[in-house]
Design a protein around this ligand. Structure first.
Ligand code: CP
Ligand code: NVA
Length: 314
């Protein structure tokens, strides 16, 4: 059974299939055509971290597909009081049709998937945020930036940077990552991405110079300098990331029609200036809306694969 735990588990053709499905369902939704692709199905949504977009988009998405979402905060379910992940998986996956999890270690997500009878979707871990990257790619397609783009990621070598590495290395485009010393991407993830890049022709570049990364690029992106779970490091991080803000001076080195993406939430005057953020607000909030559409594509795709393997539940 296929899960959606990281982008590295998919071929380029599969990722593009999900994007095409997302675009089709978005078009239908905009025309108020609510096709019940997942009629009577329930999506369990386990959250061990906060969320605005992930919760609203998955809950609305499954509803618009004819199903229902169950919001399961670890503050309220027995998982938060120490019930093992594998027992939680064995219970919940007997009752629902698909599960989305936002948690800390990628290994916790993998443990759940190992014991789950239904497809599991990564709604963000410390290592990856793959549904966000599918969203970002859908947004690039819509804004005409998906054809051999050069993308610059400025900031922390975190879950977003890792997911950009997987997207670029699978799809075969150029990604330049500029991080401060001490905040580079995980070496194992980089090595895996480099191996995929050899096959796809992707160019992956790493450095500490935001200007070098941004020069002549089509897409500029960044993320918070203090991810969920790193609150205690905040003071140190704000010092270490000085000089890595994406502002109009830095954007001036990109192509004149470059777009700026941000997964949100954004912290103005830290990773992005107020001016740059507001200048690109239309793209940024289309990107936020696209969480809804991209994830519908992923859920419908996973359900179709599951039906192929274990038979339709309809
Ligand atoms: N971008 C993103 O995942 O947002 P939330 O944390 O609000 O879900
Ligand atoms: N890197 C951020 C992404 C938030 C959507 C975090 O993990 O908190």
């Amino acid at each position: 059974m296929r899960h959606f735990l990281t982008l590295k588990d998919f071929s380029k053709a599969e990722l593009l299939e999900m994007i095409a499905l997302a675009a089709k369902i978005k078009k239908q939704t905009k025309a108020h055509q609510f096709v019940p692709y997942l009629e009577h199905q329930t999506l369990g949504m386990i959250f061990e971290k906060s969320s605005t977009r992930t919760r609203v988009s998955f809950e609305t998405g499954i509803y618009q597909l004819g199903g229902a979402g169950l919001f399961l905060s670890s503050r309220d379910i027995q998982l938060g009081r120490g019930e093992p992940m594998k027992d939680t998986a064995r219970v919940i996956s007997r009752m629902v049709d698909m599960v989305m999890i936002r948690t800390f270690e990628q290994s916790k997500l993998e443990e759940f998937a190992t014991h789950s009878k239904v497809p599991v979707i990564n709604g963000l871990t410390d290592s990856y945020h793959p549904v966000q990257l599918m969203t970002d790619y859908l947004t690039m397609v819509e804004f005409g930036k998906a054809d051999t783009p050069v993308v610059a990621y400025i900031g922390d070598g975190n879950n977003m940077a890792h997911s950009w590495l997987m997207l670029a290395s699978k799809l075969g485009f150029e990604l330049r990552i500029a991080t401060p010393a001490g905040y580079a991407c995980d070496a194992e993830i980089v090595a895996e991405a480099e191996a995929f890049a050899k096959e796809s022709g992707a160019k992956l570049r790493f450095g500490n110079d935001p200007v070098q990364a941004v020069t002549g690029c089509d897409v500029v992106t960044t993320d918070t300098w203090v991810s969920m779970g790193q609150e205690e490091e905040k003071e140190q991080r704000l010092k270490d990331f000085a000089g890595y803000m994406v502002d109009e001076t830095l954007m001036g080195h990109a192509k004149s029609d470059a777009i700026f993406l941000h997964c949100l939430p954004a912290y103005r005057e830290y990773e992005v200036s107020e001016e740059t953020f507001e200048k690109h607000a239309e793209v940024i909030f289309t990107e936020a809306e696209n969480r809804l559409h991209a994830q519908k594509g992923i859920m419908v795709w996973l359900d179709a694969k599951r039906s192929e393997e274990v038979g339709s539940r309809k």
